[in-house]
Design a binder for this molecule. Structure first.
Ligand code: ATP
Ligand code: MN
Length: 286
């Protein structure tokens, strides 16, 4: 890898943890091996924080020439007209974006080669206050089992925030409308069968004491945070992919911070999402 230009490596980015821009770049270089498969060749939104994680961060989904030589542009249809979106191919692109103070990476659920057909579905589980961690974990397993009953294998990750994501790789056959319809039906069935446990509408009032299944990430243009991405939040949490066995051992949602994630990246022998990219399954028609 050619060394990328990194200005102000000593600037503190996460004040509480004393993490500098240089530490952030070293982190992404270290985890790139595990992270890149989920990020390369997909339209990417960025959370950039030029004044550090605590300050004014902004979300960016459009390409600009100033992003660096490793950051590429793709023209995509928007609601009206078109827009230039951005994507990367490799670690050089990742580090170009770190140079521009990107802390979080949020890819689409589709590849640049076929943006109209998703190749992964994300069920985002957002717990209301009062939902115990053990309950959220058991909900994720419940969803895994219900998906398995539809012949869909799924994988799990800590969002790095409060929640969990259950992710389903699919062959890019169904279009966004079909994928969305399936996810809406699936979430709707969860709510019908366990109305005290789940809610599938964004309304805050209805969420009380429940787990919100955010299926709306499975729409064209929606993003979810990438596995191994840092979160621009206190404690430098990381969105961490886990095996289902590992999930059982995890004691809290923010179990992995930058340092723990870096250690894990160094010692990992095999991807915790082993099999994810090889499984051949498609969105059931609903
Ligand atoms: P948590 O576990 O705390 O819910 P999360 O990653 O599941 O973490 P958020 O960080 O709240 O959820 O992100 C919500 C969704 O909105 C994600 O799909 C993310 O990609 C997207 N997103 C985040 N920030 C912005 C933003 N400023 N503008 C547009 N979309 C955003
Ligand atoms: Mn969430």
């Amino acid at each position: 890898m050619t060394p990328r230009r990194l200005t102000s490596p000593d600037r503190v980015v996460f004040e509480d943890a004393g993490i500098t821009k240089g530490d952030v770049a070293a982190y992404y270089a270290l985890v790139a091996r595990w992270m890149l498969p989920g990020v390369v060749g997909r339209p990417l939104s960025l959370l950039r924080c030029p004044d550090g994680a605590g300050a004014s961060c902004f979300f960016q989904k459009h390409h600009a020439d100033s992003l660096g030589a490793g950051v590429h542009s793709i023209t995509l249809d928007e609601v009206s007209g078109t827009g230039e979106y951005l994507y990367i191919d490799n670690a050089d692109g990742l580090l170009d974006l770190v140079q521009l103070n990107t802390l979080e990476f949020h890819p689409w659920g589709a590849r640049t080669s076929d943006v109209e057909h998703p190749d992964r579905l994300v069920f985002d589980l957002d717990p209301d206050e009062g939902i115990a961690w053990s309950e959220l974990k058991s909900a994720a397993r419940d969803i895994r089992d219900r998906l398995a009953a539809l012949k869909l294998r799924s994988w799990v990750r800590l969002s790095g925030g409060k929640g969990l994501h259950v992710v389903v790789p699919v062959r890019p056959k169904a279009d966004w409308a079909q994928a969305k319809a399936f996810c809406e039906d699936f979430a709707g069935q969860l709510v019908t069968e366990s109305p005290k446990r789940y809610v599938a509408t964004a309304s805050k009032a209805k969420r009380e004491g429940r787990i919100f299944i955010d299926w709306l990430r499975n729409t064209r243009g929606a993003t979810s945070v990438a596995s191994w991405s840092l979160r621009a939040r206190a404690g430098v949490p990381v969105c961490m992919p886990l095996s289902w066995d590992e999930l059982a051992q995890v004691r809290k949602p923010g179990a992995y911070d930058l340092r723990k994630a870096a250690k894990r990246a160094e010692s990992l022998k095999q991807d915790p999402w082993d099999g994810f990219s090889r499984v051949r399954q498609t969105v059931p028609s609903s």
